[in-house]
Write a protein that binds this ligand. Structure first.
Ligand SMILES: Nc1ncnc2c1ncn2[C@@H]1O[C@H](COP(=O)(O)OP(=O)(O)OP(=O)(O)O)[C@@H](O)[C@H]1O
Ligand SMILES: [Mg+2]
Length: 254
């Protein structure tokens, strides 16, 4: 009988229940728990495990470059960042309002890290989230365009992903087609989906990147209408130790 129960639990993929059965069966036999108490506790644990699995699957699907959160972020190192504003974004209220976030700053200032931290928070709440570099996104849209299935692809990027993180806009030159495809995506997501963009280019430089001032305006208009812009001015964290080394070596050289 016990073996059959174990097999059935395995068959039904109730792995946690299977693992806990021996303990709870003894607890019921010894009169420490009622049958209902035991069943209830087993099911709570089983549901918890399922939730954790679903959460982890969501984070995995999101394709983050690394799994770093706000807890890994040293706000003291980058004082130009308003910590309260980041905490507010981590509450994910902006997602309910379909607002966007733009992180602007020089290399190594934490743009990807913070975008990822917000993305992980969303994915853990099982909000469909996807992280992609601008370059990869454009490559995918161009491919779809070439294969005559652009609208299908843009639909995937608007309906499938409630939250899209586009990393590294403006790091490479853009051709006409790329600018156009990007505009189409932003226009489709406008007011119905949230997007994070990270870039090292101030908005004043965007017309140069897009090489088309009216298209740039159209993109910026939609992107910034409901948005938070976080401009990070400070040193690169990547060079943190290098800078300390330089300072100390200068001092010792005095
Ligand atoms: N304030 C910080 N505290 C802790 N780690 C940080 C901080 N800022 C950046 N880092 C770390 O430094 C590295 C570079 O940061 P990040 O990837 O966010 O840079 P970036 O602003 O996106 O730069 P780039 O424009 O070159 O892509 C990452 O490993 C990140 O986790
Ligand atoms: Mg980055």
């Amino acid at each position: 009988m016990y073996n059959q129960l174990m097999n059935n639990l395995e068959e039904m993929k109730l792995y946690k229940a299977k693992e806990l059965m021996e303990y709870y069966s003894k607890a019921v036999t010894d009169g420490e728990k009622t049958f209902i108490e035991a069943m209830s506790e087993i099911m709570i644990q089983e549901v918890k495990l399922r939730d954790e699995r679903a959460m982890n699957a969501c984070v995995k699907t999101a394709n983050f470059p690394y799994l770093k959160t706000d807890k890994d972020f040293d706000f003291d190192f980058q004082p130009s960042i308003n910590k309260a504003q980041i905490k507010d974004l981590l509450s994910l209220r902006f997602l309910e309002n379909n607002e966007n976030i733009v992180f602007i700053g020089t290399p190594g200032t934490g743009k990807t890290h913070l975008a990822t931290a917000i993305g992980i928070t969303a994915a853990q709440k099982r909000i469909s989230t996807y992280f992609i570099t601008f370059q990869e996104l454009i490559a995918q849209l161009k491919k779809a365009n070439y294969e005559n299935r652009l609208q299908e692809k843009i639909k995937v990027y608007t309906t499938k992903y409630k939250f899209l993180i586009i990393d590294e806009l403006g790091y490479l030159e853009m051709d006409d087609e790329a600018a156009n495809l990007f505009f189409q995506l932003i226009a489709k997501r406008y007011e119905s989906r949230s997007t994070i963009i990270t870039t090292n280019s101030p908005f004043s430089k965007w017309p140069e990147i897009f090489k088309n001032p009216s298209l740039t305006n159209a993109v910026l208009d939609r992107l910034l209408h409901h948005s938070s812009v976080i401009s990070i001015k400070g040193p690169s964290y990547r060079l943190k130790d290098k800078l300390i080394y330089d300072e100390s070596s200068t001092e010792s050289g005095k």
